[in-house]
Design a protein around this ligand. Structure first.
Ligand code: TRP
Length: 372
């Protein structure tokens, strides 16, 4: 059979993604049961995103645990390109990051790449993306990160600190590597060519500040991996550790293929009203149900392609409930409309709490922000 076409780069994700092929093509490692047990030794329980293989791949996670077991704690690093309001796809990576912070009691460095979004989005101004950095930070804070251990920064407003370090990365990075990694052409602007140097900095900034090497673990959606293939090559040349990475699959687009994104298809934002959520799910969530109710009752639906079910694997934490939904949908006793209702209720319940905490975050934003 001919392999299906799909694209996964930091700036474009489309098609029906074969995650096994990504592991091969990117040269990452699968998260095995052994590795999960090793994590569980420290965390006591496993996050459903691990057992459900939503975080499915990694680089050097065993090494991070070796160091941790020797008493050499890591820090977490992740980020957000603030080109829009935050949507539910982003939240899932950060929820897991918060779990890691709690379980391992470690710092989080959170990068807002307003510089990147200015360079890559033709119509976005610096003022707009910089403002969005602080708007988006509210969603991060709403998830409950520890203000004493969490540092959020806009690249533009923390540039004096970051630029100094980015230069060291840029000096070791050639145009041909950037071209080959990101598929850039002669007509890419020069800011885009430089940008990955900025995204590499938080991998070693805490080490610079502490004046000793600290391991770094980056939770991310797998489209960002390319940046860190480059960073991992360069870090040892600067005398730092390679960052370890743990990769998440995408929250699928409502329409059924690729990832959910604000630039393509329908997006559910964290600030959507219950009515908006309901409307979007009812109208757009791709269904694995049958043509007619009669046929559905007789033959059952297909949860494996049903987007509402796939979303519940991200938002319903109770394994038993999830399994029952799966079986009921398969057998035909649960109809598509009913399945959608379960998802709508789940999301609206989450969003109600989230929106409340997001409001509160406005008062404590300053506790999290670092800038020059
Ligand atoms: N470039 C990322 C984006 O567009 C944001 C980002 C910066 C990031 N640093 C990161 C994401 C580290 C994951 C990990 O969304």
């Amino acid at each position: 059979m001919m392999a299906k076409k799909f694209t996964v780069t930091p700036w474009r994700v489309s098609g029906s993604i074969d995650y096994n092929r990504l592991i091969k093509e990117f040269g990452t490692e699968r998260i095995t049961n052994e590795l999960m047990w090793r994590i569980k030794k420290h965390t006591k329980e496993l996050h459903p995103y691990l057992t459900r293989k939503i975080f499915f791949s990694h680089r050097d996670l065993n090494w991070i645990l070796d160091e941790y077991e020797k008493g050499n704690k890591f820090f977490l690093y992740t980020g957000r390109g603030p080109s829009e309001k935050v949507h539910l796809g982003h939240i899932t990576v950060w929820k897991f990051t918060k779990w890691l912070q709690d379980k391992f009691d470690v710092e989080l460095w959170f990068q807002m790449t307003d510089d990147e979004k200015f360079l890559f989005k033709p119509n976005l101004t610096i003022e707009e993306t910089n403002k969005l950095a602080y708007d988006n930070a509210l969603d991060v804070i709403a998830l409950g990160f520890d203000p004493k251990k969490t540092f959020i920064f806009s690249n533009i407003d923390y540039a004096k600190t970051l630029y100094r370090e980015a230069l060291k990365v840029a000096k070791k990075l050639t145009f041909s590597t950037v071209k080959a990694t990101f598929g850039f052409k002669e007509d890419n602007n020069v800011g885009q060519i430089f940008f990955t140097s900025m995204q590499a900095v938080p991998c070693f900034l805490p080490s610079v500040k502490a004046n000793k090497n600290i391991p770094c673990l980056i939770p991310l959606a797998i489209d960002q991996d390319a940046h860190f293939r480059i960073a991992r090559d360069i870090m040892p040349k600067l005398g730092y550790y390679k960052p370890a990475i743990i990769h998440q699959r995408f929250l699928p687009a409502l329409e059924g293929s690729g990832k959910m994104s604000a630039s393509e298809g329908t997006t559910i934002f964290t600030t959507d009203s219950p009515e908006e959520v309901e409307k979007k799910i009812r109208k757009y969530a791709f269904s694995g149900g049958r043509e007619t109710i009669k046929e559905h009752r007789e033959k059952g639906g297909n949860p494996d392609i049903d987007v509402s079910y796939q979303w519940l694997t991200f938002f319903e934490e109770d394994d038993k409930k999830l399994e029952k939904i799966y079986n009921d949908y398969r057998s035909g006793s649960l109809l598509t409309g009913e399945l959608k209702q379960i998802l709508i209720d789940k999301l609206n319940k989450f969003l109600k709490e989230h929106q409340r905490k997001r409001e509160k975050a406005k008062k404590i934003l300053n506790k999290f922000i670092v800038k020059n």
